[in-house]
Write a protein that binds this ligand. Structure first.
Ligand SMILES: CC(C)(COP(=O)(O)OP(=O)(O)OC[C@H]1O[C@@H](n2cnc3c(N)ncnc32)[C@H](O)[C@@H]1OP(=O)(O)O)[C@@H](O)C(=O)NCCC(=O)NCCS
Length: 312
């Protein structure tokens, strides 16, 4: 039992924050940020705008894109690590605010920057088992809530936003989410984590070293598992953390840079939202075309890492 992609949507907060805006409030420069990360701007949610608000906006866009209503879905999974409320889940709030008249399962997945792959991994199992017909996967994050303006090494890296994809059960096993792999290593907790008072603690150079190793590892694993090579893949849509990490990973895998989708310059690192946001951007701009094979590796706090293969 397989699945296929039937729609997408995204939401970016109106406020754009450029590197020049950071130059005005901390000891940094556009040149340093662009050279080390490739980031030129990011979007920050308004003070009173929540992760659920952004997830809802992306969900509405995805439903509009498919011509469906919330009652046509039978599951909603949200990847988020930055919800304002401990409970209920963002997914439940979104389903309620969409006006569902059915009582469908809705839950959040917490996998930091690998969260969206974790969500797809769960969803794939529901499709494979035949338990679900149509699932909406949302990635939504308000990373700006965790930004410490006294720490220039992390403050400039992150952004806010939400993306959503809807998949439907299909008889083909070569469409939609074809394969997923997810991993974790809790021993590396100290490398990158959030604190109870909403700060990001990160050892940048060590995180960098792990990311350039583990994302290609996951990509290689999933290609081997699916019995394909780099030549079969049309696009790599890596987790958008840092342009240097993306380019170094592509080089290790032997992928030409033309096959790599980059949105980190526009969105910065939106954690669990990054993959769905990047895909929505690529569909909106006719960059990734229907039927193409996408490899999406990710890496994040935990440590967590993984990859998915999606025929869009
Ligand atoms: C964060 C990162 C860009 C820093 O780049 P780096 O080359 O490793 O830089 P370092 O941390 O070694 O710092 C180098 C210098 O730049 C300075 N620096 C750090 N942030 C700066 C900023 N925003 N502006 C200017 N200078 C900065 C440091 O203070 C340090 O100065 P010093 O040499 O005088 O001590 C890089 O480590 C990285 O991308 N790591 C991975 C981060 C990531 O993607 N995390 C999320 C994973 S999902």
């Amino acid at each position: 039992m397989g699945n296929k992609l039937i729609g997408y949507g995204s939401y970016l907060p109106r406020k754009t924050v450029t590197n020049a805006d950071f130059e005005r409030v901390m000891d940094t420069s556009d040149q340093w940020i662009v050279e080390r990360t490739g980031i030129r701007q990011r979007h920050f949610a308004a003070e009173n705008e929540t992760v659920a608000d952004m997830a809802l906006a992306a969900a509405r866009a995805a439903l509009k894109n498919t011509g469906l209503t919330v009652d046509d879905l039978d599951m909603v999974i949200v990847a988020t690590t930055t919800p304002e409320l401990d409970f209920p889940s963002v997914a439940v709030q979104v389903v309620g605010r969409l006006g569902a008249t059915k009582n469908i399962p809705a839950f959040d997945v917490r996998g930091a920057c690998t969260g969206y792959i974790y969500a797809l991994h769960c969803g794939r199992a529901f499709f494979t088992s035949g338990m679900c017909e149509r699932i909406m996967f949302i990635g939504a994050e308000k990373m700006s809530r965790f930004i410490d303006m006294n720490d220039r090494s992390t403050a400039v890296l992150f952004g806010d936003g939400a993306g959503a994809l809807i998949f439907e059960r299909s008889t083909s096993s070569y469409s939609g989410i074809i394969d997923t792999v997810v991993m974790s290593d809790g021993k590396s907790f100290d490398m990158l984590h959030g604190t109870a008072d909403h700060k990001i603690v990160m050892n940048g150079p060590e995180t960098y070293k792990k990311a350039v190793m583990l994302m290609p590892d996951a990509a290689r694993y999933i290609m081997e598992h699916a019995g394909i090579t780099a030549d079969d893949v049309d696009w790599i849509v890596p987790h958008q953390a840092n342009l240097r990490i993306i380019q170094s990973g592509a080089k290790r895998l032997g992928f030409p840079l033309e096959k790599i989708l980059v949105t980190v310059d526009k969105h910065a690192n939106t954690s669990g939202a990054s993959g769905a946001l990047a895909l929505a951007y690529a569909f909106d701009n006719n960059i990734i075309k229907k039927g193409q094979l996408v490899l999406y590796p990710a890496f994040g706090s935990g440590l967590t890492w993984g990859a998915t293969l999606i025929r869009v």
